[in-house]
Each structure stands twice: as structure tokens, then as C-alpha cells.
Design a protein around this ligand. Structure first.
Ligand SMILES: Cc1cc2nc3c(=O)[nH]c(=O)nc-3n(C[C@H](O)[C@H](O)[C@H](O)COP(=O)(O)OP(=O)(O)OC[C@H]3O[C@@H](n4cnc5c(N)ncnc54)[C@H](O)[C@@H]3O)c2cc1C
Length: 459
């Protein structure tokens, strides 16, 4: 058994782990990155990138169907799933190759294999051990299911199986109306499937501002994506052609398959974490604002800790930890300032507080809100994008939240996050000129409206 010493050992090569590795190497640290599967993790291989490729293929299918309304003669003849996979896998493989090359070019040692803590700062992989002056745990998350609901990978599937389907299902039930469920429902509908979403809470994308959820629900109704809200799953049975889902209260639904999208749990079991004194809470590693665990010199980042499960949060936490280890001054992350996007058609994007959160934080009488409808935005009319920008601001104070719904609006949240994180006043943003005709003008117009000088708004 060989023991290898380095400045930093990282367990898990997903968004959180590899971002920490890249930044630490930049700062002159010797880094070992241990990965049992593929560098890039969930995001690159089973998450962000492949799902967005599917959604883009779906957008093209919808555009082909709707082409006549733009005066273009095209016919939609169907989805060639093998072709979709070829395109999707091409994007993933190109990114994977580039990422591995980048990591190697920074002098980071990649160790392939399953790692397990054998002492607080040592990871054992097969017959070797890797000890770091510091250790980062970045083992990510897995698709959760409900008690008694077993994933079989065929009829009752999770997102990783859904990404590998070799055909478009005739019909699908999606259990869970959060980001992942809504994105698959959207893509499958675009591909021609009959989709029903079952959500236990009163709204789709329940973490978003209620106004955004309602706009998405309306758009999904228009698209023929059925959704049962406030509906609780009871059990599933297999039928000759697929599955029958029983809901509490006696309702049943039938479809070819059931996608279980009820959230992701931390990958922390049987990895030696608790034996080495690392405190867990419901499986998540407990950390402070610098991502430090209960063991000195051991950090944790990404989906493994109870912060927003997003790739860019993993990147930010990885960078923060690398800089903290290197002794640089670091500022803890304001998680409300993290931009969030659901890439369905239409997209839902937000940053900052919802109206309910803002009211709870500073009092309903101290906030004001405006909603700018995309029908006043020229570029959105060209794209046939429907939706709105909703702003929440403190009375005589900064913008507290930006919530946008509409086709292609995800990119707009990059500007909104500057507005929120720099605590801009609506009147300051109203001074900024947005290029015409762009959808970004809707951000400018919403701030003009909030500042009391609306432009393209009917009284
Ligand atoms: C369907 C889907 C769509 C998503 N879409 C988006 C999106 O559009 N935007 C967004 O921001 N986020 C999205 N996410 C979330 C995003 O993928 C995660 O937040 C992100 O991947 C978390 O990074 P991580 O490094 O914490 O974990 P992971 O990416 O899960 O990486 C953990 C890595 O650790 C490795 N590992 C685990 N245990 C061991 C071990 N014992 N030894 C060695 N290696 C180990 C795993 O193989 C894995 O590669 C999506 C997720 C899913 C499932």
C-alpha cells in the first residue's frame, strides 16, 4: 500500500470538486482529485448539459411544428431518438474531453477509483491512500425516491434513466413538479409524449415566486402538459402497457412510464464520513459559511451540503474553499443572490427573494412590486414569447427580487443578479439603457415602471 501526500485531496470530481481543484492548482497547491466515474460529475454527464441538449432538440421540434405562423414551410416528421442522443452525447463528450485536458494542464493528479475516508484527511482508493494537508468532500448527490417506490430503470425511472431512453414514450407521469420534473415534462411534450405532472405542493416549481409558478402552469396548460397539484402519490402498479399510479383520495393515472423526480439526496453513506468524526444531518455534511466541516482541515462542497443544488453553486463553493485554504480573504456566499433557472418552455428564472420571503423578512408594508408583461416587449413579440418580469423592491430601497417567465428569458437573469447583488435602486437601473429590440429591455422597462416612469406600459 502506497501513501501519497499532497496539499489537497478532493473526493469527487463533479462541479464542486473540480472547481476547487482548478482554483487550488492555480494558487500553487499540489492537488489530487479522486473520481470513481467520470470527471464532470452529474452536471456534465447526467444533469445540466444533457438535459439542456434534450430541451434544445425539443425547441427545434416545436419550431418546426409552428413554422407556418412565421411564414416558413417546414414539416415536423418526428423525433429520431438515436440522432438526439448522438447530438447530446457529442456535446457532453466534447466538454468532457476539454475538461479533462484542462485539469491535466494545471498539473492536477486524477485518481480513478472509489474512495473512502480511512482517517480524517486520508482517502483510501483500492490499495493506495491519499493524504492531504486539507481534504474536500465533494461526492455529490443521487436521485431520491419515496418509501416503497422502487426505481426499476425501465417503467419507474429516475432522471439518469430518462436521459438514456431510446424512444419517445407515448405517455409519461412525472412525479414531482420541481425543476427536474418540469424540464423533462417540457422536453417530452415537445417530442410528442402525453405528459402529466403530479406535485404534492399547491404549485409547480414551488420554490419560485407564486406569480412565476402560475405563469408556468398557464403556459403548460396551453401546451397541453397536464398537472395535478396538491396531489399525493400513494402507490404504483405495473400494467401490461406501463404503469398505473394511485393517488391519495382514489384518483388513478396510467402511462407508459413513471419518472420519479422528487429531489436528490446527498451521497454520504458508507464513505467513512461519520467514523472520522464528520457531522451529518439527514445525510448532508454540516458546514459553516466557509464550507468547513466539524473536522479541522476537512471541507465539503456542492450537493453534499444543504445549500442550493446547482452546478454554479458547486463551482462557487469549490473556489471559495480553495481560496480559504490558500489563506486568501474570502466572502461567504449569499445564497439568495444565486441565479436560478428552470429551462422548460417557457423558462423560469429568478434571483433574490420571492414576494412572500421579502414580506416575511422586512414586512409586507415595506415592499413594493411591479409586473411588466412581455407583451410590451418587441423582441418577445418577434419570438412569440409570453410571460412577465416581476420585481420586488424595498420601499425607497434596493431591488430585493427579480422573477422572469418566458421563452429564452433564462439569459436575462445574469443582469438581474448584478442588480440584486449590488443592491441597486430601481431608479439607478432605470437610468441604464438597454439595447433595442432585445428581451433584456423588459428588465429595463420593469425598472422604469418601478421608478415611476413607465415607457411601453398601458395605463
Ligand atoms: C437532471 C438534472 C439536471 C440538472 N440541471 C442543472 C442545471 O441546468 N443547472 C444547474 O446549475 N444544476 C443542474 N443540476 C444540478 C447539478 O448537476 C448539481 O448541482 C451538480 O452536479 C453538483 O455538483 P457536485 O460536485 O456537488 O456533485 P456531482 O456532480 O454529483 O459530482 C460528485 C462526483 O463524485 C463522485 N463520487 C461520489 N462518491 C465517490 C467516491 N466514493 N469515490 C470517488 N468518487 C465519488 C461521483 O462519481 C461524481 O462524479 C441538474 C441535476 C440533474 C440531476
Amino acid at each position: 500500500m502506497a501513501d501519497n501526500q499532497s496539499d489537497l485531496v478532493i473526493l469527487g470530481g463533479g462541479s464542486g470538486g473540480y472547481a476547487a481543484a482548478l482554483r487550488a492548482a492555480e494558487l500553487g497547491k499540489s492537488v489530487v482529485l479522486i473520481e470513481r466515474d467520470k470527471i464532470g460529475g452529474t452536471c456534465l454527464h447526467r444533469g445540466c448539459i444533457p438535459t439542456k441538449a434534450l430541451l434544445h432538440a425539443g425547441e427545434i421540434a416545436d419550431q418546426a411544428r409552428e413554422s407556418a405562423q412565421f411564414g416558413v414551410n417546414a414539416t415536423f416528421e418526428g423525433i429520431d431518438m438515436a440522432g438526439v442522443h448522438k447530438y447530446k452525447d457529442g456535446v457532453v463528450n466534447k466538454n468532457h474531453k476539454g475538461l479533462v485536458g484542462l485539469i491535466k494542464s494545471r498539473g492536477i493528479q486524477i485518481v480513478e477509483g472509489e474512495g473512502r475516508l480511512s482517517s480524517p484527511k486520508t482517502v483510501a482508493v483500492n490499495d493506495d491512500t491519499y493524504t492531504g494537508a486539507n481534504l474536500i468532500l465533494a461526492t455529490g448527490s443521487y436521485s431520491r425516491t419515496l418509501p416503497g417506490l422502487e426505481l426499476d430503470g425501465q417503467r419507474v425511472i429516475a432522471s439518469e434513466h430518462a436521459l438514456q431512453l431510446d424512444h419517445v414514450p407515448v405517455s409519461a407521469i412525472v412525479l414531482g413538479g420541481g425543476v427536474i420534473g418540469v424540464e423533462f415534462a417540457s422536453a417530452w411534450k415537445s417530442f410528442g409524449a402525453d405528459v402529466t405532472i403530479v406535485e404534492a405542493l399547491p404549485h409547480l416549481v414551488p420554490l419560485e415566486d407564486e406569480a412565476s409558478s402560475k405563469l408556468l402552469e398557464r403556459a403548460f396548460r396551453r401546451r397541453g402538459i397536464a398537472h395535478k397539484l396538491g396531489a399525493r402519490f400513494e402507490r404504483v402498479e405495473h400494467t401490461d402497457t406501463g404503469v398505473r399510479v394511485h393517488l391519495e383520495g382514489g384518483d388513478t393515472l396510467e402511462a407508459e412510464l413513471l419518472l420519479v423526480a422528487v429531489g436528490r439526496g446527498p451521497t454520504s453513506a458508507d464513505l467513512g464520513y461519520e467514523e472520522q468524526g464528520i457531522t451529518l444531518d439527514r445525510g448532508f455534511v454540516v458546514v459553516d459559511e466557509y464550507c468547513r466541516t466539524s473536522v479541522d482541515g476537512v471541507y465539503a462542497v456542492g450537493d453534499l451540503i444543504p445549500t442550493l443544488q446547482l452546478a454554479h453553486v458547486g463551482f462557487a463553493e469549490g473556489i471559495l474553499v480553495a481560496e480559504h485554504i490558500a489563506g486568501l480573504p474570502v466572502v461567504p456566499i449569499d445564497y439568495a443572490g444565486v441565479p436560478r433557472i428552470t429551462y422548460s418552455a417557457p423558462e423560469v428564472a429568478s434571483v433574490g427573494l420571492t414576494e412572500a420571503q421579502a414580506a416575511e423578512k422586512i414586512g409586507a408594508e415595506k415592499i413594493k412590486t411591479v409586473t411588466y408583461d412581455l407583451s410590451g416587449n418587441g423582441r418577445s413579440a418577434i419570438l412569440n414569447a409570453k410571460g412577465a418580469v416581476k420585481l420586488i423592491a424595498e420601499v425607497d430601497g434596493p431591488v430585493l427580487g427579480v422573477h422572469i417567465v418566458g421563452e429564452r428569458v433564462g439569459e436575462l437573469i445574469a443582469e438581474a443578479q448584478l442588480i440584486y447583488n449590488w443592491e441597486a435602486l430601481p431608479s439607478e437601473v432605470a437610468q441604464l439603457i438597454h439595447p433595442h429590440p432585445t428581451q433584456s429591455e423588459a428588465i429595463g422597462e420593469a425598472h422604469l415602471l418601478m421608478a415611476g416612469k413607465p415607457l411601453h406600459v398601458h395605463d
